[in-house]
Ligand binder design. Structure first.
Ligand SMILES: Nc1ncnc2c1ncn2[C@@H]1O[C@H](COP(=O)(O)OP(=O)(O)O)[C@@H](O)[C@H]1O
Ligand SMILES: [Mg+2]
Length: 526
């Protein structure tokens, strides 16, 4: 778990701002993204910028990082007005931004990427020496990554470390991190936080963009909240604010943190998973004999530290990965190793973790995305012809029902915020009245308002009798939505729990089967 930040020293509190943004206005066609925004950053502080998706956080920081030009307003760095026309100018002034989507060359090494674009024409000849330099820099800030590894070989978390190293190598004093935890597994977040603290200790200043209250209160010294382009809290010390207050400043109304789950008697077995074995992408065993059932009107949660077979399991069930042993049945019919279309046609819905690549087609419209599973059938398809009128009407209806905020259903989904994109996917998946739903990290990266909406939609499906397998790393989410929670460790189930006993679940997540814990012989976790 994350630790509380240390109290900033008095000298840090009194230091003049490293960065000051005054009355920043930035417009996009039809949107006032930043409306007279004031923001200041002090030396050696972590200043959180909090707000829902679309609040204007990235825009404001893109202005500071020299990527966008403001329509009006001024920026001062250490008291001096600056005028950035490109990110290069901002970096020269010591300001570096790590974007949500990384900008690395996959076929090159870590060191090559870090030195890329710098005036060091002959670094390639002395790559080994530079590997050493980058390695040392990494050690200094707790950024563990192999300098000679190629980017494509790295996990997303490691790639983020490369982006940080790149900025540190260029001498950034101010680091802007745009939703850095959105791409990380919970287990990687502590590492990032430790790095941020070590950077503060070396006199750097950090702007931490997030929409997660828990993270912000754990890491930040001060906080600025944006809502619809305007500041609703300006640089308040974090200690003074409660989570409820922050939520209200962010979304403008009270947020419900727990969900109302109706008492339901589970029905017939819908999904039956029996002794499943499967390999991961590297050909190593990822699932080693997994057995469980999910009944109609029941949510079964799957807890586990990332990378313990959760993804492989969801892929075997949805027909995207072959199992080497065992069997998956949907309503008594064998669906494993039959391909995904086969299970879709038998009533399986899939809400994948990767909304942008697997869950949707970014360049296609909302309409195209919601009819994706239906275009082969009437009434949308008539023989060879797609009935676009019917398709549009169908999309309009879903837009209303699922509260998708978008001007027209013809808009490409890549322009939608994370919460709205997720609603498009849920609309598509749930409109077919699925019998079985496999939902993987359905709320990852969403803000509180959108999370609430997704939870409600899942519970509505439960009430209408769907069987749901919920795979999530958020224990709070798992225990509030699920009727029972299975815990997976290294491809095996460690048991099933119904209550949020975190001590027990924690032991199971680190490899102690429930039986052993019950026997009183549970391993002591150090
Ligand atoms: N490049 C762009 N072109 C048009 N509109 C944009 C662009 N970038 C952001 N917007 C709009 O500006 C508003 C603020 O977006 P953004 O700064 O990305 O919010 P946040 O980072 O808080 O989620 C949103 O309404 C968004 O749709
Ligand atoms: Mg953003």
């Amino acid at each position: 778990m994350v630790q509380q930040p240390e109290v900033p020293s008095p000298s840090a509190m009194e230091a003049p701002p490293v960065v000051e943004m005054r009355k920043i206005v930035k417009r996009f066609p039809g949107v006032l993204a930043n409306e007279n925004v004031d923001f200041d950053l002090r030396k050696s502080e972590i200043h959180a910028l909090l707000g829902e998706n679309g609040a204007g956080k990235s825009t404001l920081m893109n202005v500071l990082a020299g990527l966008y030009r403001q329509e009006s307003g001024t920026i001062l760095v250490k008291g001096r007005p600056v005028n950035f026309v490109s990110p290069r100018d901002a970096i020269q002034a010591g300001i570096g931004m790590i974007h949500q989507h990384f900008m690395l060359v996959p076929t090159q090494t870590v060191t090559e990427n870090i030195l890329l674009g710098l005036d060091k024409p002959r670094f390639r000849m002395r790559l080994k020496e530079y590997d050493q330099v980058i390695g040392d820099l990494g050690d200094r800030f707790g950024l563990k990554v192999d300098p000679s590894a190629k980017i494509w070989q790295l996990s997303v978390g490691e790639q983020q470390r490369v982006e940080l190293l790149k900025m540190l190598y260029r001498g950034a004093e101010v680091l802007i991190m745009d939703e850095p935890t959105a791409v990380l597994a919970p287990s990687e977040i502590d590492g990032l936080f430790a790095t941020l603290r070590s950077m503060i200790a070396e006199g750097k200043s950090i702007i931490f963009i997030s929409h997660k209250l828990q993270e912000v209160t754990a890491i930040a010294d001060r906080i600025t909240v944006l809502r619809k382009g305007k500041v609703t809290a300006g640089g308040q010390p974090i200690g003074e604010m409660t989570r409820q207050e922050l939520a209200r400043l962010m979304v403008g109304r009270d947020v419900v943190f727990h969900v109302d789950k109706k008492q339901l008697e589970p029905g017939e077995i819908v999904l039956s998973v029996a002794n499943i074995h499967a390999d991961n992408d590297k050909g190593l065993p990822a699932l080693r004999g997994v057995t469980f059932d999910v009944r109609a009107g029941e949510v079964v949660g799957l807890a586990g530290v990332a990378g313990n077979g959760q993804n492989e399991l969801s892929q075997v069930i949805t027909g995207l990965r072959r199992c080497t042993e065992g069997c998956v049945e949907l309503n008594g019919e064998v669906i494993c190793n039959q391909g995904s279309l086969y299970s879709i046609e038998r009533g399986l819905a899939y809400v994948p973790e990767d909304r942008n690549r697997v869950g949707s087609s970014p360049n296609l419209s909302v309409t195209d995305n919601v009819i994706m599973k239906k275009y082969r059938k009437a009434p949308i398809s008539r023989g060879w012809i797609l009935d676009m009128m019917t398709a549009t009407r169908f999309a309009q209806e879903l837009k209303e029902t699922y509260d998708i905020i978008v001007p027209k259903v013809e808009t490409p989904v890549r322009l939608l915020s994370g919460g709205n994109l997720q609603r498009v996917i849920l609309a598509r998946e749930f409109s077919g009245q699925p019998k079985m739903i496999v939902a993987v990290q359905p709320t990852r990266g969403l803000d509180v308002g959108a999370i609430e909406g997704v939870h409600r939609l899942l519970l509505t499906q439960r009430e209408t009798g769907a069987a749901i397998l919920l795979i999530s790393e958020e224990l709070e989410e798992l225990f509030s939505l699920s009727d029972r929670v299975l815990v997976i460790y290294e491809g095996k189930l460690m048991g099933e729990v119904r209550e949020a006993d975190l001590d027990t679940v924690g032991q199971m997540m680190t490899g102690t089967p429930l039986e052993e814990i019950r026997k009183g012989g549970g391993k002591q976790n150090v």
